[in-house]
Design a protein around this ligand. Sequence first.
Ligand SMILES: [Zn+2]
Length: 156
Amino acid sequence: MTLYPSKDTKLELYLRRHLFARGMRYRLHDRRLKGTPDLVFPKHQAVIFVHGCFWHAHAGCSGFRLPKSNRKFWVAKFRRNRERDRRACIWLEEHGWRVLTVWECALRRPVCFTFDELLDFVLCWLAGGCHSCEIRGGEPLPSLVMDIDLRQCRKL
Ligand SMILES: [Zn+2]
């Protein structure tokens, strides 16, 4: 087990420190919400998950590789993890939350954007009332369809 870090606490800390510095306020690990999102922004009806590419089995990502031994065990485990993530997203959206998933690779080795651009994106996503989406390291930032509330933007 020690081969695989169980939680990407460091990356999550890094992201949330910068969001805090930009004036964003959030709750952490709210257990009342399914999936226990890492960051919860009640004012924006939005949550952020920071997903480790290994544990959350990030498909098509170099950060995810099926371990060579015990394949059956891992396949079952990753399937469960992905299914849990999927169910949490559905539950959250059904309860009026928007979900942003930030993959570990987007913070560690983004190909198409800088960390500052990622931060700008997250702030726009929060304030803009945008639909749920994911930020992956290997792809450009998603395009945002905004439902802009100018009063929120002025506060940023
Ligand atoms: Zn990844």
